[in-house]
Design a protein around this ligand. Structure first.
Ligand code: PMP
Length: 383
């Protein structure tokens, strides 16, 4: 049986994206490829709501490489950084940054809560951080931070705001022109292409800071990449390191499809699908980790006390749906996660809810048959 992948990335991809991967590898210096690469870089600027003078990047690697590229270029050995952690990936940022500087501070709201923008601003305005990182949607908790308000406040300070949009770009509203200095993502989630590309956008303020830094890394040093990227944007061949030709071509097909759907319509679709899931979970008597700042792209749901995670996940797989377990230390076996991003629509959402309901029942939790589906259908009617 074909299974539907509804973990929070990688996800299901459009068949034309997947088919593009099977095309022959063409020269990275060919006109054909340069134009595809150029189009992807330009579409990235538009999807990130960035100005034309910002620097987009598409580099072989995963989201963790994006985290590194988006920070190490703007700090020095003893820079002071603040990490806002709303889950596992916020904590990863602190671990990553502590390789580069000993001055890493963490602001950790209670589990399930988003950062309070004004409180964050108070802290940032009293401390001269070189960089403040915020995870837009932490994939481990489904908590979404209010980046618009945070950016609007932080831009008044001297600190650069770096936003991890790995689990949000393409599924949540996010605009560099709110005052974000660097935002990054990866190919495999709501941007709709298989894993393997670290992507992001660096704004003007960060580019100025970059000029004065000398990062202790070669591959992640954006000054090595900038000339190649600028040349590609001008449709000229250029080389720093071999681009992932096949994956970039597939990524282009996905970005074209995002632009065709319209970013606002796409985000609205994600919003409705997220709401449909949450309404269904509530109907089943389940509780989310996020208290009120919910993501459009992922939900993290506590299992009822009597249900064992691995049994629940394998029952769901028997019904054709792949969900993920938890990631937060100490409670990772107590919750599961559903990724709801990309090309999915009502059919997949209702199928997933049916699989969750059945898997709960098979594992000893009483739930009224069909009730969650019917409340979700009402929400999905907005699609
Ligand atoms: N940040 C967030 C919010 C993520 O969800 C992930 C991956 N799930 C990462 C960073 C790291 O990305 P990757 O696994 O592609 O290295």
């Amino acid at each position: 049986m074909e299974k539907i992948l509804m973990i929070p990335g990688p996800i299901e991809y459009e068949s034309n994206v997947l088919n593009t991967l099977s095309l022959p590898t063409i020269s990275h210096n060919s006109k054909e490829f340069i134009l595809e690469y150029q189009s992807s870089l330009k579409n990235l600027l538009s999807i990130f709501g960035a100005s034309q003078d910002a620097l987009p990047f598409i580099i072989s690697g995963s989201g963790t490489l994006s985290m590194e590229i988006s920070t190490v270029n703007f700090i020095s050995r003893n820079s002071k950084v603040l990490v806002v952690s709303t889950g596992y990936f916020g904590d990863r940022f602190a671990t990553l940054l502590s390789r580069f500087t000993k001055n890493v501070e963490i602001l950790r709201p209670p589990l399930g809560s988003a950062a309070e923008p004004k409180e964050l601003y108070e802290i940032v305005s009293k401390n001269e951080y070189d960089v403040v990182t915020v995870t837009h949607v932490d994939t481990s908790t489904g908590v979404r931070n209010n980046i618009k308000e945070i950016a609007n406040l932080i831009k008044e300070t001297s600190s650069l705001l770096v936003v991890d949009a790995v689990c949000s770009a393409g599924g949540e509203h996010l605009r560099m022109d709110w005052g974000i200095d660097v935002a990054f993502s990866a190919s495999q989630k709501a941007l709709g292409a298989p894993p393997g590309l670290a992507v992001g956008v660096v704004g003007q303020r960060a580019l100025r800071v970059m000029k004065s830094k000398d990062p202790l890394t070669y591959y992640s040093d954006l000054r090595n990449w900038e000339p190649t990227i600028r040349n590609t944007l001008d449709a000229k061949p250029s080389y720093f390191a071999t681009p992932n030709v096949n994956l970039i071509r597939a990524f282009k097909v996905s970005l074209d499809s995002i632009i065709r759907e319209g970013l606002d319509s796409r985000i609205r679709r994600h919003e409705i699908i997220g709401e449909a899931f949450r309404t269904a979970f509530k109907e089943m008597g389940l509780r989310l980790i996020a208290d009120k700042s919910f993501a459009n792209t992922v939900s993290a749901i506590y299992l009822p006390g009597n249900v064992e995670l691995q049994k629940f996940l394998s029952s769901a797989e028997d019904r054709g749906f792949v969900f993920a377990g938890g990631l937060i230390e100490g409670i990772s076996a107590k919750y599961f996660r559903v990724g709801h991003m990309g090309i999915i629509g009502s059919t997949e959402v209702l199928g997933a809810i049916d699989a969750i309901e059945n898997s709960l029942k098979r594992n000893g939790y009483k739930v009224e048959s069909g009730a969650a589906i019917s409340v979700a259908q009402e929400v999905l009617a907005k699609l």
